[in-house]
Design a protein around this ligand. Structure first.
Ligand code: ACO
Length: 217
C-alpha cells in the first residue's frame, strides 16, 4: 500500500510515465495533485471555447465548475476512483509545467482487461505533438505496467485534431455510436476507436520515435 492507497490491485499507479521529447518540449505524465488547483483553473477558464465543444455537458456553469475552489472536489473524486483501481488520472506536464490531463478510466481486469482513455491540452501548446506524445506514453503504460489488453476511446467525428492524434498512435475505428454522449448541449454521435496489445509492435512510443514524431530524452 502506498500514499495513494494503491496496491497490487491497481498495478501501474501512481507511477510517473515518460519522459518523451516532442516538438513542443519534454512530455511526462504524473498523478494529479491537490496543489494543481490554480494552474488547472487558469487554463480551463481561459480555454472554455477550445474545450467545451468536446467535453461532456453538465448542469453547472463552466466558470463555477472551473474555479480554483472547485478543484478539491474534482481531485477527491479522481483520487477516490484511483484508490478503487478504476482510474489513472494523470496530469500532462510539458517541460515540468501543467499543460493538460490524460485520464485512463473504467479500468477492468480479469477476462476483459480494458479501459478508456481521454485527454485535453492547453490551447497555448497545441500543434506541438504534446497530446500525441502523452497518449503514446499512456498507452504503453496501459499495455505494460497496468497489464491491459485493450484500450478504447470515443471522439466526435468533427474533432479533426483529436482524430489525427488517435490515428497517429495506431487506434482503429470500430464504429459510430449514435447520439452517444451529451456534449455542448446536445446528444452527439461519437466514433469508437480501439487498440489491443497485439496491434502494438514494440511500443507505441518507439513507433513514434521511429516515424520521426518524437525522440528519447
Ligand atoms: N484538422 C485536421 N487536423 C488537425 C486540425 C484540424 N483542424 N487541427 C490540428 N490537427 C492535427 C495536427 O496537424 C496534428 O497532426 P500532425 O502532427 O499529423 O500534423 C494533430 O492534429 C495534433 O497533434 P498534437 O500536436 O499531438 O495534439 P495537440 O497537443 O495539439 O492536442 C487535442 C490535440 C488534445 C485534440 C487538443 O487540441 C485539445 O485539447 N482539444 C480540446 C479537447 C479535446 O478535443 N480533447 C480530446 C477529446 S477526444 C478524446 O479524449 C479521446
Amino acid at each position: 500500500m502506498n500514499l495513494w492507497g494503491s496496491s497490487s490491485q491497481h498495478p501501474g499507479w501512481p507511477t510517473r510515465v515518460g519522459p518523451l521529447r516532442v516538438a513542443a518540449g519534454v512530455v511526462r505524465l504524473r498523478a494529479v495533485r491537490l496543489r494543481d488547483a490554480s494552474q488547472w483553473s487558469r487554463i480551463r477558464q481561459a480555454d472554455r471555447a477550445h474545450l467545451e465543444p468536446w467535453e461532456p455537458s453538465t448542469e453547472a456553469d463552466w466558470t463555477v465548475r472551473h474555479s480554483i475552489s472547485a478543484w478539491p472536489a474534482v481531485f477527491s473524486s479522481l483520487r477516490s476512483e484511483a484508490r478503487k483501481g478504476r482510474m489513472l488520472p494523470y496530469v500532462i506536464e510539458l517541460d515540468g509545467e501543467f499543460c493538460g490531463q490524460l485520464t485512463i478510466g473504467n479500468v477492468t481486469h480479469g477476462a476483459l482487461r480494458s479501459a478508456w482513455i481521454g485527454y485535453w491540452v492547453s490551447s497555448s501548446v497545441t500543434g506541438g505533438g504534446v497530446a500525441t506524445g502523452a497518449l503514446a506514453l499512456g498507452l504503453d503504460h496501459c499495455f505494460g505496467p497496468v497489464m491491459l489488453h485493450r484500450v478504447e476511446a470515443t471522439v466526435r467525428p468533427e474533432n479533426a485534431a483529436s482524430r489525427a492524434v488517435l490515428a497517429k498512435v495506431g487506434f482503429r475505428e470500430e464504429g459510430l455510436l449514435r447520439r452517444y454522449l451529451q456534449v455542448d448541449g446536445g446528444w452527439r454521435d461519437h466514433l469508437l476507436v480501439g487498440l489491443t496489445v497485439e496491434e502494438v509492435y514494440g511500443s507505441v512510443t518507439s513507433a513514434l520515435v521511429r516515424d520521426g514524431h518524437a525522440s528519447w530524452v
